[in-house]
Design a protein around this ligand. Structure first.
Ligand code: ZN
Length: 377
């Protein structure tokens, strides 16, 4: 299995070599790193490339030679330093917009790496802006597999943010720390430095998501949240004859035509071929589809359970369907009425699950989010 170390870094490239040092030298037994990828801002990229990857005196090469590691053993070059923000080259994360762009990018980055089962990812959150480390962790939480590691490297306080300290060398070295004016404040011996890393356990939510989906972070969270909530007791059963919907532990009585329309959506959901619907839209209907002969037929079947055939009510409904007398308004108005009644009886969370939702930007489709495994009858 190949191991890729993914670091977020800003203006302190030290964190990259410190983490590398930890996994290769300090950790017992060590974890070999095959490749390093760094996610950073445009400013960060220049600093990282100059200090670590400079062909003449880059610290990364110095580290390799100090520890007798062949220069081609670990893949890490200018192309491994990924500048976030795409074409817009985010210089720093200063606004909500920067955060959203970068967050989304980091999460997607982790997702793409986590597609290959022969790759283990170690996500190191020690560097960069906090926003970056938070999104790196969240990305791993959404897409990480059993083999992946979330890691935080810590350096003993004396050596933390010391410009010239990048790792503990095999032979001790004295580092002089100067102030702004170039005056020596203190000297440090690298033999006193400690680099440790704590591995943070995290919930893996990957099974709730379809890795093929190209979604924004906000949408991913929405999907996972709904699915996690679903593991609860969001059950639903329908008693057509008594026009009753049993939603969790609540009972809601609807008008005859309303309960039939609601049942139309439930039966569509039950027939859906998806194992877990989530954001599936196959079990949603457009207003046009509701006015199909097939839908009319189902509605009449349901209606027949409430009002027997040849009763005035049944005949009138059948007649109006025949002439397609029920326009789109018939459905949209009834859907509004159903939702209004549901809203009166349910708390906002319950309402979100059981209401007839309208989805899609242009071709609006209607359906119920509740999953079919939660439909009891
Ligand atoms: Zn479905």
């Amino acid at each position: 299995m190949k191991t890729i170390l993914v670091c977020v870094a800003g203006l302190t490239p030290q964190i990259i070599t410190e983490t590398l040092y930890y996994y290769l030298i300090e950790k017992k037994p060590p974890i070999w790193i095959d490749e390093i990828n760094v996610l950073t801002t445009s400013e960060g990229k220049d600093i990282i490339v100059n200090s670590l990857l400079n062909k003449k005196d880059g610290v990364f090469y110095k580290f390799l030679s100090d520890y007798n590691i062949g220069f081609n053993k670990i893949k890490f070059d200018e192309n491994s330093v990924i500048q976030l923000g795409g074409d817009s080259c985010v210089k720093d994360i200063a606004t909500d917009m920067d955060s959203a762009i970068i967050g989304n990018e980091i999460v997607n980055y982790v997702k793409n790496l986590a597609i290959d089962n022969n790759v283990r990812i170690i996500c190191s959150i020690a560097g960069g802006r906090k926003t970056m480390s938070v999104y790196l962790s969240l990305g791993l939480q959404l897409y990480g597999r059993e083999q992946d590691i979330l890691s935080h490297t810590l350096v003993s306080p004396d050596f933390e943010s010391i410009k010239d300290f990048f790792y503990i060398p095999p032979e001790e070295k004295i580092i002089t720390v100067k102030d702004k004016n170039g005056l020596i404040i203190k000297t440090l011996n690298t033999k006193n430095a400690k680099i440790v890393s704590s591995e943070i356990i995290f919930v893996r939510l990957r099974n709730f998501l379809n890795v093929k989906d190209e979604l924004f972070y906000d949408d991913l969270v929405g999907i996972v949240q709904k699915k996690v909530d679903y593991c609860g007791t969001k059950l639903i059963s329908i008693d057509l004859k008594n026009r009753a919907l049993l939603l969790g532990n609540k009972k809601v009585i609807l008008k005859p035509i309303e309960i039939c329309i609601y049942n139309l959506f439930l039966s569509l959901k039950k027939k859906c071929i998806q194992e877990f619907c989530g954001n599936c839209m196959d079990c949603y209907m457009s207003l046009n589809e509701m006015r199909s002969q097939e839908a009319y037929k189902s509605l009449l079947e349901f209606y027949n359970i409430i009002y027997s055939e040849n009763s005035g009510q049944y005949d009138r409904l059948q007649e109006s369907f025949k002439n397609d007398g029920k326009g789109e308004d018939f459905f949209s108005q009834n859907i509004s009425k159903i939702n209004k009644t549901l809203k009166q009886h349910l708390n906002p969370f319950e309402f979100a699950f059981y209401k007839i939702s309208k989805v899609g930007k242009y071709n609006k489709r209607y359906g119920i989010y509740v999953d079919k495994k939660n439909i009891l009858s």
